[in-house]
Design a protein around this ligand. Structure first.
Ligand code: 26Q
Length: 846
């Protein structure tokens, strides 16, 4: 009977329309006469989702039937953005013969129904369940894992509020809640039949230990508070494959158990209220980027998510009836930073306390299962938890950590006898601070078989700085590099359809196979100096700049900020990323101020504007990015950018040859408009601070050039695309320590250019009090070395102006050659490296 009624995917535009109408009338219970863009978006998504779910079921059955090893990617952040266009692009399954894409056919079918696909796409709210780089990396990775046919699941939290929406009021950032689930989310499947109980607090009962007091024996943890974890699944389609993977996101629900003591004492209302509190665990994403804050609710989120995910993984493993030794052959778990480190402890607890395995046998299984990715060397971002807070919430886990540490230190002591200093340096428990703290990164290293950094420079740095003792203990083989990557489906094809089209035509690849095999892009190199091709290339950029100018006009309430008539000879200089002192948006805006002052100086000397323009050709400096709500300095940088924008943009005298723009509420869907429009983008972190950066790769993939420091993945970008095609400047990571020391003890004088900028800021030219910003450089050691790099930054910017305006052909050549050689930065390459070097898993094809 099942076979007879088997559900079928829609294949033709006609079948799509029939599905669409069915969803409008039944799922949405609306009539076609009462179907607006939002409803049409919902019906389209429901129809596409039906197709995905059919493939999802098949993929999962196949993975289970084959008994393949699965990868689990644990990340507290998945910065997905919108799903519909991605699903349409990925629905191209390779079987198309006509060469007309499935997406195009559906677009036509939607036209016939009286809607515009572009308008429907705009209806979807971003799934913004992440802060920045780390969260977007997780999103690119699950796309590549699905595309590469890897049996892989993502595990995360289904926050009710994603990263806050940013409003700019009087130049200041104001945060407003992002309640993204306001309208039904067609991309999630609730699995309320799965309910995992999660415990917190309570105590450890050792009455059934053999009385020898050893904590190594199975112990019983009696939890004091219980909540239920319920998963929501999001299907993740691969490109040109029928494989559909799963992103499982947990939500917290109250238990149905009732506190009868409270009930009987007549405190019914209070008892219900307490139950409702469970939901607060998954209510909101913590909005910090590269900064750790030791809040109890955050630790609760981490344990809730780790415990639920491991319960799920273990349940799936047990169904297949393998023996425990086989666990690492069936399961690979990747930890996205230290946020899921508790999963290591939880698996050890399950094996020892619940499955009664011997401690050492269990620990061997654990360490073979886990691998850890580090994303930072900055002290303030490294996770530490005070023993008191931790032991109160998770008493049994604290004991287990003590035992892990004891065996680890015993191992160190046997290898390096009597090196007491080493023991205290590498101990998982930090004793030095007022309160003892758990160092999560050390726990993650000890509990994993591989540790990786995210770009070559960064992976070398972790070995020589924060983790150097561990290299001595374990040998260098445990530490490896996997340079980050990005998915070319979203960041080329979807964000920049015009460039995608030009590329596929030029390299003779009508089926877009280059999106799977990015080395095909090298074919573009032969057109780098072809004038006709250059002009087509330039036209695409022009189109994308126009598209961004439209967005900016909309955000500025119709003000023609970027002079439309001049777009073609205006350089778009863009820095969009989280606002952070180490990323040095302050250096960029100081540079803008200096440019403005220089223009004004020439004008005041009576130089006519047409002559001024020769020295300072048309340019717009575009900024975007959110500050953590509690990050005072970052918020001040935002205010300064907006105040400078106000002055510069309304100064009639400079005749629009320079503009400064702050785009509010930078997010993934805005990035898809902004990035393809850049001529130049800024990646100017203090050397050694940006682990990788990934937007640098996105800009290059879209034909933008980079001004950047020798930091993170900029180094490998330079190697791949050639040093002639990138504007590098500034001090090197190896000199940073010495330079900081100089500032601290000798008070270096500021360069003249920066001094001039500070003077006009101090005169009150720009609305606001920017004293702390200036002081941090003048008097507080200039930790991020703005003064050391400012001059070479300005010089390099002058070089940029020169090439862009005096030698456009040279510029276009650089742009084309960059795209030709960007293939290495596909996240497909990245995932292949993880699969081969860390997970030991194979793609599962038909
Ligand atoms: C930790 C504890 C408590 C609350 C918040 C956090 C927290 C949250 C987010 C700590 C760090 C983050 C995010 C870090 C991040 O995005 N790092 C970036 O990762 C990218 C992908 O590898 C790199 O390209 C960037 O260089 C790196 O900054």
């Amino acid at each position: 009977i099942w076979k007879k009624h088997g559900v079928k995917k829609f294949e033709t535009p006609d079948e799509f329309q029939s599905k669409f109408i069915q969803h409008v009338e039944t799922t949405l219970a609306r009539s076609l006469y009462n179907c607006d863009d939002l409803a049409a978006y919902q019906a389209t998504s429901q129809s596409v989702r039906d197709n995905l779910v059919i493939d999802w079921n098949k993929s999962q059955q196949r993975q289970t039937a084959r008994g393949s090893k699965r990868v689990y990617y644990l990340s507290l952040e998945f910065l997905m953005g919108r799903a519909l266009d991605n699903a349409l692009i990925n629905s191209q399954d390779g079987s198309e013969e006509s060469g007309v894409e499935k997406r195009e056919k559906i677009k036509g079918a939607i036209d016939e129904l009286g809607f515009k696909l572009e308008d429907l796409l705009e209806q979807e709210p971003d799934a913004a369940l992440g802060n920045g780089g780390l969260g977007r990396l997780a999103a690119c990775f699950i796309d590549s894992m699905a595309t590469g046919d890897y049996p892989a699941w993502g595990y995360g939290l289904r926050y009710q509020y994603g990263i806050f929406a940013q409003k700019i009021i009087d130049g200041y950032q104001v945060e407003t809640p992002d309640y993204w689930l306001n309208f039904a989310n067609p991309w999630e499947i609730e699995r309320s039949e799965i309910q995992v109980p999660i415990n917190f607090y309570g105590y450890v009962d050792r009455s059934d230990n053999n009385g020898d007091g050893s904590t190594l024996c199975a112990s019983k943890w009696i939890g004091g508070e219980r909540v239920i974890a319920v998963p929501y699944d999001m299907p993740i389609p691969g490109f040109k494959t029928e494989n559909v993977n799963n992103l499982r996101m947990w939500t917290a629900r109250p238990t149905t158990e009732f506190d009868f003591a409270k009930f009987n004492s007549g405190d019914y209302k209070n008892s219900v209220e307490q139950q409702q509190r469970a939901e607060s665990i998954t209510a909101v994403l913590y909005p910090n980027d590269n900064f750790q804050e030791g809040k109890e609710l955050r630790l609760k989120q981490q344990y809730f998510w780790c415990a639920a995910s491991l319960h799920d993984i273990v349940r799936r493993f047990k169904k297949a009836k393998h023996s425990w030794e086989d666990f690492p052959n069936q399961v690979a778990i990747q930890l996205n930073d230290t946020h899921p480190t508790l999963a290591i402890v939880e698996l050890q607890r399950i094996l020892v306390d619940l499955e009664h395995l011997d401690w050492h046998k269990a620990w061997d299984i654990v360490t073979k299962t886990f691998a850890y990715t580090n994303h930072t060397v900055m002290q303030e971002a490294l996770e530490k938890w005070p023993i008191g807070l931790f032991g109160h919430l998770l008493p049994r886990h604290l004991e287990i950590i003590y035992d892990i540490n004891w065996f680890f230190l015993k191992h160190v002591e046997s290898k390096f006898p009597r090196d007491v200093d080493l023991l205290s340096r590498v101990s998982i428990i930090e004793e030095a601070s007022q309160e003892r703290q758990i160092r999560m990164a050390f726990l993650a290293i000890v509990g994993s078989h591989k540790v990786n950094g995210v770009a070559e420079l960064h992976s070398e740095l972790i070995k020589t700085t924060i983790f150097q003792d561990f290299v001595k203990i374990y040998g260098p083989g445990k530490f490896t590099n996997v340079t980050n990557g990005i998915t070319p489906r979203r960041w080329l094809k979807q964000a920049n359809p015009k460039l995608g089209e030009l590329i596929s035509k030029a390299i003779g690849d009508p089926q877009d196979d280059y999106l799977l095999n990015m080395s095909k892009l090298t074919e573009l190199a032969k057109f780098a100096e072809d004038e006709d091709f250059q002009s087509q290339w330039n036209d695409v950029k022009q189109f994308n700049k126009q598209r961004l100018a439209d967005l900016i006009e909309k955000l500025y309430d119709g003000e023609d900020v970027i002079q439309r008539d001049n777009i073609r000879n205006t350089l778009f200089d863009i820095q969009v990323k989280r606002i952070h002192e180490y990323k040095r948006q302050q250096m960029n805006i100081f540079g803008c101020i200096y440019r403005y002052l220089s223009i004004k100086k020439l004008l005041s000397q009576g130089v006519p504007i047409s002559e001024v323009e020769k020295k300072y050709p048309r340019k717009v400096s575009i900024f975007g990015g959110k500050s953590a709500p509690g990050y005072y300095m970052a918020k001040l940088i935002i205010k300064l950018i907006n105040s400078v924008s106000d002055v510069v943009n309304h100064d009639k005298e400079i005749n629009n040859i320079f503009k400064v723009v702050f785009i509010p509420d930078y997010n993934v869907s805005k990035a898809e408009i902004i990035i393809p429009a850049s001529d130049l983008s800024e990646h100017i972190s203090t050397a050694g601070t940006e682990a990788s950066g990934t937007s640098n790769m996105k800009f290059v993939m879209n034909g933008g050039l980079i001004i950047g420091t020798v930091d993170g993945a900029n180094v490998e970008i330079t190697r791949e695309i050639g040093e002639d095609n990138i504007f590098l400047f500034g001090n090197l990571a190896e000199n940073v320590e010495e330079l900081r020391y100089q500032h601290q003890y000798h008070g270096e004088p500021l360069p003249q250019e920066l001094e001039e900028v500070f003077q006009v800021i101090e005169q009150g030219t720009f609305d606001g009090d920017f004293k702390p910003l200036v002081e941090s450089i003048r008097h507080h050691g200039d930790y991020y070395l703005v003064s050391d790099d400012f001059k070479s930054y300005l010089q390099t910017q002058s070089l940029v102006d020169e090439v862009y305006h005096k030698n456009k052909k040279e510029w276009l050549k650089k742009s084309i050659l960059s795209v030709a050689n960007v293939g290495f930065f596909s996240s497909d390459r990245c995932i292949q490296e993880y699969a081969d070097e860390i997970w030991n898993v194979e793609p599962l094809t038909n």
